[in-house]
Design a protein around this ligand. Structure first.
Ligand code: NDP
Ligand code: BG6
Length: 602
């Protein structure tokens, strides 16, 4: 094993296979400074919620001093102006900075395992940079990359810079950031390599006392080895029994695990058991980055901060709920990794189920992480396992008329095994057997190589009973668009302007881009990584949520795999297989095809 600091370090090569978790390179036009708009805060020394009077005043509108960054985020209401929002954000940032600066004597060390990989270069290093440049990290935060590859800090920098949206006036800060970086080369299996990593951490200023964050940006095959070795060799001293702590004194330790958390109930339970022997639940942060998205976090406020929604959010009024994830690109030559999982494990079992449980849960007792996660788990517990008859799976084929990658079908990807039946599209109908939702179909749809990029929740309401408009009224829909261009809109009927009383489709439209002009939404990873610094568990997956989600999906996944069920073909760039629309129709979703949206010109 070799090591590297801002000097250089060395050796072998590996690259985590799972890079489909990250997106194509971000557009360079998307400026990434939100320091004047972002607020966050917790006591970085203890990781406990920041309970200062000032921070409470920021959260006063929610009435809770919960310690997630989002809790310190803009507390909006209908009357606040955008300027007021920005002023409040500025105030919040200065409070956060004061809090972090007061912790100067306790360093933090953020270790990126898999520093040579795709996720690290595209997401983790860029996120650390954005948090650093916005002054949202404790001032003495050191970053240590770790991987088997023969790399240097300069090499990590070269790989990740293109994803960092660096602005011309940020160059000095950028140098400062990289000075806080080091790189350690080592295996994922050998204890001595981790002992060496620990020595490296200890050589950082007050490194032996530092709080330690370990990010596993790694393929699941090495999760167990790495977590065991971290526990054995690299922990800070944070309340674990003296006899089992080999090193460190003073700081806390937190471990951040990327999905996939297992392949099915059995393997997930195995991993959970393994981790629970090594770490307390409050030290484990299972990332589902959809929980870091603005509109996913918004679901709580929309639902429980608006009286008008509470009676409507019910089987008496809702016909069906459609939760959709669409991507306009295929596996782009990286199908080998994707083929191990398929779209159900990649997106549906985690991202869509997390959204579903936030849509369907009852009001929690408070906004504390445990109260909210308790309610989410209850939803999952009320869901029977998925039935094959309520599922459509698809696989994309090339479009001969398409351009570039669109010409290639999934099976044309050379890294995909010949004749693979792995789904790249899935639509599934599930039920939540609670008093509120019994009988309401929740239709989840996700796929790659489709006609657009979109993630949304669509609540379709029932027809108006006792129609007096001769069948002209279309169903109301409430749409929460997670991406792109965050929006909440409600499709509704209004009188067409003029002399007659003719109903016409229109909308109540809250487009975030217009309402919060100039307010930068933080990236999901920024919120979540900052949450880990703050010790905030709300937007992370608890082990019982995971267990329940796998219980719902495992029988279906086994059936699909054991019986090698052939997915329905759909053309690259289409909306997916026709069978998926048939399934949605069968469960009561109506697409009228008559709605036309005109973007408002203000
Ligand atoms: P549409 O009525 O066009 O679509 C409604 C739903 O029907 C979508 O979920 C879509 O699913 C589905 N659908 C589309 N075609 C078919 C089909 N042939 N058979 C069955 N189902 C189908 O309304 P939208 O709410 O999608 O609005 C139309 C456009 O206006 C969208 O692009 C929307 O983003 C935009 N808009 C934007 C607003 C804003 O930015 N604030 C406000 C209002 C609208 P699928 O996803 O599977 O294709
Ligand atoms: C990841 C999946 O979890 O989410 C990828 O593994 C997918 O396949 C990605 O592309 C989508 O994330 P986002 O944030 O772009 O919607």
């Amino acid at each position: 094993m070799g090591t590297g600091s801002s000097k250089d370090r060395s050796r072998q090569s590996t690259s985590p296979e799972d890079t489909s978790r990250v997106n194509p390179p971000p557009s360079s036009s998307d400026s990434h400074s939100y320091s004047s708009q972002l607020v966050g805060g917790a006591n970085p020394e203890t990781g406990e919620p920041c309970r200062s009077r000032q921070v409470h005043s920021l959260t006063a509108q929610t009435g809770h001093g919960n310690n997630t960054m989002s809790n310190y985020n803009v507390q909006t209401n209908a009357v606040s102006s955008v300027q007021k929002t920005k002023d409040q954000l500025l105030k919040g940032v200065s409070i956060l900075k004061e809090t972090l600066d007061s912790q100067d004597d306790v360093p933090h060390v953020f270790v990126v395992f898999g520093a040579s990989g795709d996720l690290a270069k595209k997401k983790i290093y860029p996120t650390l940079w954005w948090l650093f440049k916005d002054g949202l990290l404790p001032r003495q935060t050191y970053f240590v990359g770790y991987a088997r590859s023969d790399l240097t800090v300069q090499a990590v920098r070269d790989k990740s810079t293109q994803y960092m949206k660096l602005q011309d006036d940020e160059k000095d800060k950028f140098e400062e950031f990289w000075k806080m970086n080091s790189y350690v080369k080592g295996s994922y299996t050998e204890r001595t390599d981790f002992e060496h990593l620990n020595q490296e951490i200890n050589t950082l200023p007050k490194g032996d006392l530092a709080h330690r964050l370990f990010y596993l940006a790694l393929p699941p095959t090495v999760f167990k080895d790495v977590s065991s070795n971290v526990r054995l060799c690299c922990m800070g001293h944070d309340g674990l029994e003296e006899s089992t702590v080999s090193t460190g004194s003073g700081g806390w330790s937190r471990i951040i695990v990327e999905k996939p958390f297992g392949r099915d109930s059995e393997s997930s339970a195995d991993l959970s058991q393994h981790l629970s022997k090594l770490f307390r639940e409050d030290q484990i942060y299972r990332i589902d980055h959809y929980l870091g998205k603005e509109m996913v976090q918004n679901l709580m406020v929309l639902r429980f901060g608006n009286k008008m929604f509470s009676p409507l959010w019910h089987r008496d009024h809702v016909q069906c709920v459609v939760i959709t994830f669409k991507e306009p690109f295929g596996t782009m030559g990286r199908g080998g990794y994707f083929d191990e999982s398929g779209i159900i494990r990649d997106v549906m079992q985690n991202h869509l189920m997390q959204i579903l449980s936030l849509v369907a849960m009852e009001k929690p007792a408070s906004t504390s992480a445990e109260d909210i996660r308790d309610e989410k788990v209850k939803v999952l517990k009320c869901m029977p396992p998925l039935e094959l008859e309520n599922v459509v799976v698809g696989q994309y084929t090339g479009d001969p008329q398409g351009e570039g990658d669109a010409k290639n079908g999934y099976l044309d990807d050379k890294t995909v095994p010949k004749g693979s039946v792995t789904p790249t599209f899935a639509s599934a109908v599930v039920f939540v057997k609670t008093e509120r939702w019994d009988g309401v179909p929740f239709i989840m749809k996700c796929g790659k190589a489709l006609n657009e990029r979109k993630a949304e929740v669509r609540i379709q309401f029932k027809d108006v009973p006792g129609d007096i408009f001769g069948g002209q009224c279309k169903r109301n829909e409430l749409v929460i668009r997670v991406q792109p261009q965050e929006a909440v809109y409600c499709k509704m009927m209004v009188k067409a302007p003029g002399m007659n009383i003719n109903p016409e489709e229109s909308e109540l439209d809250l487009s975030y881009g217009a309402r919060y002009k100039g307010v930068k939404m933080p990236d999901a990873y920024e919120r979540l990584i900052l949450d880990v610094f703050c010790g905030a568990q709300l937007h992370f997956v608890r082990s019982d949520e995971l267990r329940e989600a796998w219980r719902i999906f495992t029988p279906l996944l086994h059936k699909l795999e054991n019986e090698k069920i052939k997915p329905a073909p759909y053309k690259y760039g289409s909306r997916g297989p026709q069978e998926a629309d048939d399934l949605a129709r069968k469960f009561g979703f109506i697409f009228s095809g008559t709605y036309k949206w005109t973007k408002p010109q203000l």
